[in-house]
Design a protein around this ligand. Structure first.
Ligand code: C2E
Ligand code: CA
Ligand code: CA
Ligand code: CA
Length: 268
């Protein structure tokens, strides 16, 4: 009944206006030259299932201002993508993360830093050169970097995306397919791409009771293609125990650690 209520309608319009205003404010902040002042990078541990040791970390952007409070990446990344701002933000986060993780890599040569990359970045012809430049500037080894590309992005038919992935793969950088299982990749497509890792989407781990067969199939398929498998969103011992019974290689999730600031990550 509320739907037809005049006041509810006004309320809805107000909400919409607030949302539009918020998007506008986010865009404005990200357009500033000092956009990075509102951003920080948190790190979430990635654990080797066989040894229970931390073998890497995923860099996750955080955004906070006094006016807007905390803004989740699920909200501001699409705004940045829509307004052509993701390239500079992507470069900033990559550089920041390489600087932050460099000391760890120096003491642990097999440590891998994973950074998320948007489709617009991969479509940009200059992207692979820019990545190389950042690695050079920060003196960060390509072998210790993973770039995470969503499954949706990786199967795009864009030749630009393919070329970038292939060029990056040749530099020694690991390419991971993120949110795997949510797209429609065929074995063939995966085989054609220079991809090294699959990250099983967390929705499958959350509903393991229902998705056991699918998760087993994804792991088997990934293994048959010689890919390393990461399970994301591991929150319980039960989920972990299930994965320990498979050939999954790495796990990530709140059960081990939430994404935390650099200081807290080093303490961990
Ligand atoms: P994603 O790459 O799939 O990252 C995993 C998300 O799951 C993160 O959310 C992480 O905090 C959350 N997570 C980790 N473990 C658990 C768990 O056990 N349970 C649950 N429920 N969630 C867990 P976050 O940090 O909010 O990031 C959301 C998305 O924003 C990321 O999804 C990624 O697509 C995007 N994103 C974040 N940072 C960047 C970035 O630097 N560049 C780009 N292009 N995208 C980014
Ligand atoms: Ca990711
Ligand atoms: Ca993911
Ligand atoms: Ca995601």
């Amino acid at each position: 009944a509320k739907k037809y209520d005049g006041n509810a309608h006004v309320y809805y319009e107000e909400e919409l206006t607030t949302a539009i205003k918020r998007t506008f404010q986010i865009k404005n902040v990200l357009q500033q030259v000092d956009f990075y002042e509102v951003l920080s990078v948190h790190y979430q541990s990635i654990i080797d299932l066989k040894t229970d040791k931390v073998v890497g970390a995923e860099a996750l952007l955080r955004f906070e201002t006094a006016e807007l409070g905390k803004v989740s990446p699920a909200e501001f990344i699409p705004v940045a993508e829509k307004h052509g701002l993701i390239m500079k933000i992507g470069e900033w986060v990559l550089k920041r993360a390489c600087i932050d993780m460099k000391p760890i890599v120096l003491t642990n040569a097999s440590f891998k830093l994973a950074v998320n990359v948007s489709i617009q970045q991969l479509e940009d012809k200059t992207f692979s050169d820019r990545v190389k430049t950042i690695l050079k500037e920060t003196n960060y080894p390509a072998e210790n970097l993973v770039l995470e590309v969503t499954e949706e992005t990786s199967i795009s038919d864009s030749t630009k995306v393919r070329n970038t992935l292939n060029t990056l793969g040749k530099t020694g950088i690991t390419v991971a397919i993120d949110d795997f299982g949510t797209g429609y990749s065929s074995l063939e497509k995966l085989h054609e791409l220079h991809v090294h890792q699959l990250k099983i989407d967390q929705s499958f781990i959350r509903d393991l009771d229902k998705t056991t067969a699918i998760v087993r199939a994804i792991i088997a398929m990934g293994k048959s293609l010689d890919l390393a498998i990461v399970a994301e969103g591991v929150e319980t011992k039960k989920q972990l125990d299930f994965l320990k019974g498979t050939t999954c290689d790495f796990v990530q999730g709140y059960y081990f650690s939430r994404p935390v600031s650099l200081d807290d990550f080093i303490k961990e």
